[in-house]
Design a protein around this ligand. Structure first.
Ligand code: ZN
Length: 357
């Protein structure tokens, strides 16, 4: 198979300074969570995609990377940073779930470290190898190219849109040419990795935002790497498992963590956001059930329940208007639709569609 040009360029640039990586993209931001444990956050791709957090756990005997970004370009930028921090190889990758922005950059690590082991829950592997690709297909083949055409038209009249157009196009090139690498080590409920001085628990507590949510707990450092089990600030509740998800988070809450890294956004130094999100789930489970019994449809239920969530919303969003809108659609609306589906019968592991409202 032809080696995609963009990937070849990104790989070749690994030794160059960060500013020359990723076709002029800004470097990822780096936060040291504890000595030798780094969170990398990647800026969005123009206006067409957000990337997931990626965490490097360094040790005297190799590196573990938790989540591998949404494009090979983004993971190459992070690998370049890791190389400035250690001479050790990346030995382990953990992928939290099937959403593209957490694993489409794995190829970078596999090319650089052919012996790297890629761990995820057995259901993630199944989803990544089929249903996730089908879910992404309309976006990649229709919506994204269609949207880029519309930006191209606008940019013809407004030259200031040229950088946005370039960023959107670069993202499309990356996504089109990605060489997917699937997990080759799967687990069911827990797995423990001893890596030099690190002890890393890789866990699944049942179905949450996805059927195979994989998270990591480092008990010595009291660090939790949660993937999208919650997101800072607004959890993305598409196709989740309402009752089981709350149970998962209650067990997560019981872990002795002082730093929590969610799938996107800044790290958390306490459990305020976790607990506020759980409380939103509790209200939606209880009131969604009552609304359905009264004969309301999910959209009517959302409008009836939403005002009562005001204080929790402000805790989560800081009352920023744009965030409040996302809270209502991506958390309240999507979670409620799944509450309704769950009340109609057991939920399968299939990926559900985005509600129309
Ligand atoms: Zn995500």
């Amino acid at each position: 198979m032809r080696r995609p040009r963009v990937i070849a360029i990104a790989a070749a640039l690994c030794v160059l300074p960060l500013t020359s990586l990723g076709q002029g993209r800004p470097a990822p931001s780096r936060t040291e969570l504890a000595p030798g444990i780094f969170l990398f956050s990647t800026p969005g791709y123009g206006d067409v995609g957000l990337d997931g957090n990626s965490i490097a756990v360094l040790s005297r005997d190799g590196v573990l990377v938790f989540d591998t970004n949404g494009t090979p370009g983004a993971s190459a930028a992070i690998l370049s940073e890791i190389r400035t921090l250690t001479n050790q190889p990346v030995r382990w990758i953990v992928n939290s779930h099937w959403h593209w922005d957490h694993w489409y950059g794995t190829e970078t690590y596999q090319q650089a470290f052919p012996d790297v082991r890629i761990v995820s829950h057995e259901k993630n592997r199944q989803l990544m190898m089929g249903p996730a690709l089908a879910f992404n297909k309309p976006f990649l083949e229709e919506q994204l190219p269609g949207y880029i055409q519309s930006v191209e038209k606008r940019a013809a009249e407004k030259p200031e849109l040229a950088p946005l157009l370039a960023a959107d196009k670069a993202f499309y090139e990356q996504k089109k040419n990605v060489h997917l690498v699937f997990p080759d080590v799967t687990f069911t409920d827990r797995m423990e990795i001893e890596l030099g001085e690190r002890h890393i628990e890789v866990l699944n507590y049942g179905r949450g935002v996805t059927p195979g949510d994989t998270f990591a707990y480092l008990p010595k450092e009291k660090i939790l790497l949660l993937g999208d089990l919650i997101v800072n600030p607004i959890t993305f509740a598409l196709s989740g498992y309402p009752t089981e998800w709350l149970r998962v988070l209650e067990k997560v809450d019981a872990l002795d963590a002082t730093t929590i890294v969610t799938g996107h956004g800044a790290p958390l130094r306490d459990k305020t956001l976790l607990r506020a999100t759980m409380e939103v789930f509790r209200v939606l489970l209880k009131e969604g059930k009552a609304a359905k019994a009264k004969g309301l449809d999910p959209d009517q239920a959302r409008e009836a329940i939403f005002p009562g969530l005001h204080d929790l919303m402000v805790t989560i969003t800081g009352d920023r208007p744009q965030m409040n809108g996302a809270f209502k659609s991506q958390l309240v609306d999507w979670y409620l639709h799944r509450v309704y589906e769950e009340l109609d019968g057991p939920l399968t592991d299939a990926i559900s569609k985005i509600p129309a409202s």
